[in-house]
Design a protein around this ligand. Structure first.
Ligand SMILES: [Zn+2]
Ligand SMILES: [Zn+2]
Ligand SMILES: [Zn+2]
Ligand SMILES: [Zn+2]
Ligand SMILES: [Zn+2]
Length: 314
């Protein structure tokens, strides 16, 4: 029991050092309740009314914060020393929860003027919206805390409130900076900012365009060299074809000449044959006296017959 009390004192002091009201985090101060509160609804550690209660197997009940804090350094029930750890904790019996929820409690802002009394079940919801709750000013940078009901009057005089410049520069001026506001200076700063942003953007775009052009240029150069190679190839093919053509033309011309030659010789042969026929008729008519005169034409015929073979070989 002594250990429990000294733990209680330590935690109370720790809470005070942190600057928070003890009853806000561990149990509800019993002074806030209207009427009698059953002893069974008090926390065995902080002795206030149970807040977020949990129950040990020995049926002792505690605020969640209180028992979790206790079990960090102890492994038993602070009331009867029975073995206990966090996994053994259970929700409170339902009838106790109902009793707890039905307790009537003053709003925590009673000392500031709130006169609301409501059930414990509903008090959190009320306190979140209570006109007497301290809330921070809505203006960025302002550290003032005001009661909710006084927020509007604070906002009207808050140093951090801002309004649009009456001279039409478009700036919101904090009321604290009112005297120092200079439309021209503000606009000049803005202009400088925009100008430097613009320069940056132009640089970026230029850089991108240049790199794109560069890659296109490289691509074109490659393509050009490929095309150049193809042209060279075509040229050499062309010159081969031309020389083949020339050879063919020359051969054809020669063939034609040979053909003409052959035609000529054929005609000569025909004439020779005709003349031979005539001679034959004459010799058969005149006797064999002039037979030798035909020797020359016959020799020519022999040589003519051999010539066509040479032509076909060529
Ligand atoms: Zn407690
Ligand atoms: Zn116990
Ligand atoms: Zn209230
Ligand atoms: Zn303010
Ligand atoms: Zn201005």
């Amino acid at each position: 029991m002594n250990g429990c009390i000294s733990y209680l004192q330590q935690s109370v002091e720790a809470e005070r050092e942190r600057g928070t009201a003890y009853s806000n985090t561990m149990g509800y101060d019993i002074e806030r309740f209207v009427g009698y509160v059953n002893e069974g609804l008090l926390c065995c550690i902080c002795r206030d009314v149970l807040e977020n209660p949990l129950q040990a197997p020995c049926e002792h009940a505690f605020c969640t914060t209180c028992i979790h804090g206790w079990l960090v350094q102890n492994h038993n029930c602070p009331e009867d020393r029975q073995a206990l750890d966090v996994s053994m904790l259970r929700p409170l019996f339902r009838y106790m929860r109902n009793d707890l929820n039905r307790l009537q409690i003053w709003c925590k802002n009673r000392q500031h003027g709130c006169e609301i009394i409501c059930s414990l079940e509903a008090v959190d919801r009320h306190e979140r919206e209570c006109e007497y709750s301290q809330i921070p000013c809505l203006n960025a940078g302002c550290t003032v805390q005001v009661e909710r009901r006084n927020l509007d009057s604070h906002l009207a005089v808050c140093e951090y409130r801002s309004r649009e410049c009456p001279n039409g520069c478009g700036y919101a001026i904090l009321s604290a900076d009112d005297a120092q506001h200079n439309c021209i200076a503000e606009l000049r700063t803005e202009l400088e900012l925009l100008r430097s942003e613009m320069i940056c953007k132009i640089e970026e775009v230029r850089h991108e365009m240049e790199s794109r052009l560069d890659s296109q240029r490289r691509h074109m150069v490659q393509k050009e060299s490929v095309l150049q190679n193809e042209i060279e190839e075509l040229k050499s093919q062309m010159s081969r074809v031309m020389s083949d053509m020339r050879t063919l033309v020359a051969e054809e011309r020669q063939h034609r000449q040979e053909l003409e030659q052959a035609e000529l010789e054929k005609r000569e042969l025909m004439e020779l044959l005709k003349s031979l026929h005539k001679e034959n008729k004459l010799t058969t008519g005149e006797g064999s006296g002039k037979r030798n005169t035909g020797g020359r034409p016959l020799n020519r015929l022999e040589s003519m017959k051999r010539k066509p073979k040479e032509v076909t070989i060529i």
